[in-house]
Design a protein around this ligand. Sequence first.
Ligand code: GLU
Length: 421
Amino acid sequence: MKTARPGDLVLIKTASETLEGTFLTRSELLDKNILVLKLPTGYNIGIHRKNIKKITTLRPAHTPLAPAPKAQHNPNLPTIAILSTGGTISSKIDYRTGGVHADYTADDFCAMLPELSLIANITTKKVLNIMSEDATPADWLAIAENTIDALRKADGVVITHGTDTMHYTAAALSFLLKDLGKPVILTGAQRSIDRGSSDAFMNLLCAVTAAAQWNSREVAICMHASMNDDYCHLIRGTKARKMHTSRRDAFRAVNDTPLARVYPDGRIEELAPAQPRRDTTPELRPIDKHVSLIYAHPNLHPQEIELCLKQKTKAILIAATGLGNLPIHTKEKILPALLKAAKKVPIFICAQTPFGRVHPNVYSTMRELSILCGAHYLEDMHAETALAKLCVAVTHKDPLTFMRENIAGEYTDRSLDDHFL
Ligand code: GLU
């Protein structure tokens, strides 16, 4: 039997009646054989598939946004490529169905925000349309490939992305893009575009401003710096972290200071030195997903370590407690499992506290880990950044040297007071 799409206005004929209404997305908790219809009265009813004789679509659901009128190319403005990948910034609530869809693409952003054409000549590409919790190393690679491609013509790239894992992607791009000469700015939104409190437009405006005018070749995240609509921060891609589930100013520089403020009126205020632009042709580094991350906790079991080896991991990263500890003196026999793993793959230690750095020599536990297991302590590199860097490092002949090198500002020399919130 022909079925309908969520949002379609339909006529459903059963043995006893004919019902008109809007076809809704079925909640995942409902039986698959139940179709849900919103009646003109506003009530939703469920109809069992076996009772339906015929469904007729009276009006299809989707009314696509009118395409952006093509702005004239302005030879005095830089060219910026906007690559869309999904997330809240691409989403809208469908009030008929109550569902949220990642529907908007970079093209739609230009239609909604014509001011962008005063800042730059904009080119657009939809690279992905996913929620960022689903982004994998393969997606990081697709974004990196498209960024390199876009940079052949553009003076900077803006990537619109879900916020959940934006900092992982920013870190991954920082390592995947070798010899970057221009800024690559990731932005997103904590509130979808169709809400009055949406942060999407200011974030996008500031991100395009940064990509067009910032004298930098950094991969950076551009998001609201405060709860107000006053300015955004540019945060180095290897030092950014989502620190709040829902606030518009959720992203913070961790173990670092923000690099700059960007105002929606086009001003950029530099707060810390960034690597300046240069004329280079970026190249792609390879990536391998066979990397494991273990979170140290009081109930850690050696099987968690053994499982990594079964999954053919090429390196194990441990987000350790405090200065870099693991529960190796409990009866759980973590140390033998680690020693066994260390014979096969390198082990790296970073902090699970958001701030601060790990150190291999302070307590005897760490000495045991670093001396017996040869665990490498990653100073003040965040776990998320270390995971992304390891995925690139394991493709190198000498992953350890790659991990030790400060490639994209992932290590700072000293922890300063203003590096802490
Ligand atoms: N969880 C979704 C994502 O990260 C939506 C959250 C957001 O974009 O703010 O893509």
